[in-house]
Design a protein around this ligand. Structure first.
Ligand SMILES: [Zn+2]
Length: 292
C-alpha cells in the first residue's frame, strides 16, 4: 500500500474495530471501538510514524510492522489527544529508545489529561481494562510546524475541533498525502459525541483546510480495513456532518434519525458511535425545546 516519490513512500496499518462494554445501538449492533490506523512515512533509511493505536495487541502489531521495514524510526507524530491514537506506543518506544515523540503543545497537554487518573480511570480503564500497555508515553512539544525526514518536509496543520478540540493533520506535499487523524472518517461513522453545532462548523473548516492542500491520498485515523485512501473521504465526511445536522433539525426521534443515517450512510462501520452522538444530541435538543 502507498506510493513512492522522490525517495519517500507511505504505508498504513489498520486494526479491526473491537467490542467494548456498553449498550447496543437500537438495531442491536453491539458496542464497538472503531477500526483505527497508523501511518508510516518512509524515507530511504528512516521513517516517521503518525499516531500509534491503542492496545497491547495493537502495540505488538505496530512493533512487528515497523521491524519489517528495516528503517530507523526517527520520530512519532501524534495528531490529537485521544488515547486510542497513542496508548499503544509504549512497546514501540521501548524498542526505539532514541525516537522523538512529538505533538503540538496543546496536544501534549491533552495527552497528559487522557493518561491522568481523572480521565483514564473513568473512561479508558473501563473500556479497555488491562488491554492498554502499562507504559503510556508522553510527547515533547513540537517547535515550529515541520518535521524533517531526510530533507523532506512533513508539515503540521492545526484543524481546530473535529471529533475533539485541537486536532491536527500532517501534509506531505511530495506524496500528495494528508494524514488526517480524526478529521476524516473513512467507512466508519464519525464520532460526534463531543461536538456541538459550532464545533461541527469548525470540523467543516478543518475539512476545507485539508482540501486546500489538494491531496490525492488522505489517510483517516479511523478507516475500514481494506478501504482506499482516496481524497473523496474528505467530502464524504462533510456529507455525513451535513446529513447529521439536517437530521437533528428535522425534529425526528433519536431512533428515526439513527435509522435514516444508517440507510444514507450504509456501509459505514460502528453504529454504536453513531448512536452515541444521535442519542446525546437529540436529548440536548429536546431539553432545550422543553426549556423554552
Ligand atoms: Zn480516534
Amino acid at each position: 500500500m502507498g506510493t513512492a516519490a522522490g525517495g519517500l513512500s507511505y504505508e498504513v496499518l489498520v486494526v479491526d474495530g473491537q467490542p467494548i462494554p456498553g449498550r447496543p445501538a437500537p438495531d442491536g449492533s453491539p458496542a464497538m471501538w472503531s477500526p483505527t490506523s497508523a501511518t508510516l512515512i518512509c524515507g530511504e533509511k528512516s521513517a516517521v510514524l503518525v499516531d500509534g493505536l491503542t492496545t497491547k495487541e495493537h502495540a505488538s502489531a505496530l512493533v512487528e510492522w515497523i521491524d519489517g521495514r528495516g528503517l530507523e524510526l526517527q520520530a512519532i507524530y501524534v495528531t490529537h489527544g485521544h488515547g486510542d491514537h497513542f496508548f499503544g506506543l509504549g512497546p514501540l518506544v521501548a524498542r526505539h529508545p532514541d525516537v522523538a515523540v512529538v505533538a503540538l503543545p496543546e496536544v501534549v497537554e491533552h495527552m497528559r489529561e487522557q493518561a491522568s487518573p481523572e480521565i483514564y480511570d473513568k473512561l479508558w480503564g473501563p473500556l479497555f481494562g488491562d488491554q492498554i500497555p502499562e507504559e503510556i508515553v508522553s510527547a515533547a512539544p513540537l517547535t515550529g510546524d515541520r518535521i524533517d525526514l531526510e530533507g523532506h518536509s512533513l508539515i503540521v496543520h492545526r484543524g481546530g475541533h473535529s471529533d475533539r478540540s485541537d486536532t491536527t493533520f500532517l501534509h506531505v506535499p511530495e506524496l500528495d498525502l494528508v494524514v488526517a487523524g480524526d478529521i476524516v472518517y473513512n467507512g466508519v461513522f464519525p464520532f460526534t459525541l463531543d461536538t456541538d453545532r459550532a464545533s461541527r462548523d469548525e470540523w467543516r473548516e478543518a475539512l476545507d483546510r485539508i482540501a486546500a492542500c489538494r491531496p490525492t491520498h488522505v489517510v483517516a485515523g479511523h478507516k475500514a480495513p481494506g478501504a482506499d485512501d482516496d481524497h473523496r473521504h474528505v467530502a464524504e465526511t462533510r456529507k455525513f456532518l451535513d446529513d447529521f445536522d439536517a437530521a437533528l433539525d428535522s425534529g425526528a426521534s433519536a431512533e428515526e434519525i439513527f435509522d435514516s443515517l444508517v440507510t444514507t450512510h450504509d456501509g459505514r462501520l460502528n453504529r454504536t458511535a453513531l448512536w452515541a452522538g444521535v442519542f446525546v444530541h437529540t436529548r440536548s435538543r429536546d431539553e432545550a425545546a422543553a426549556a423554552i
